[in-house]
Design a protein around this ligand. Sequence first.
Ligand code: ZN
Length: 173
Amino acid sequence: MRQRAARDQQRLDSGAVTSPKDLEHLQSEIVSLARRQGDLEEVVLEIMERNEAARERVADLTDRVASVQTKVDDAAGRRSAATDEIDAEVERVRKEREVVAGSVPAELLALYDKLRAQQGGVGAAKLYQRRCEGCRLELNITELNEIRAAAADEVLRCENCRRILVRTADSGL
Ligand SMILES: [Zn+2]
């Protein structure tokens, strides 16, 4: 279009076109072409502006994705560290239990394991201030008297939950 306008202008300037009608026609074509060029330049400008805005948005979103990814990586790292810690703790407790279990008579250990399976993972409970720490029920006077009379190495059971009762200095006996 620009070429065509230039060609028209050249023809006009050269003086080759002499008829008034042709001259008028040529001039009006030049004006019309200039107007259309102006319109197209506006469209190009608008497209460039929109393109720039889109680029900025892409850059912004890319930054945000990177920021979220950093947080995800950080959380994954912390989760992994926590898992390692828990695994180590499980292993430590398992070894401790092995040592303790080795010192408990086989029959008592079998009873404890059976009760533990039946009672939600707790096979033995402390007798604390006359209360069974397993089921939280207070023992009655008869039960307490029986416990008081029992030998120190006798295996005692809670009458309510059947767990093994462990006597301590805080048992309230
Ligand atoms: Zn109990």
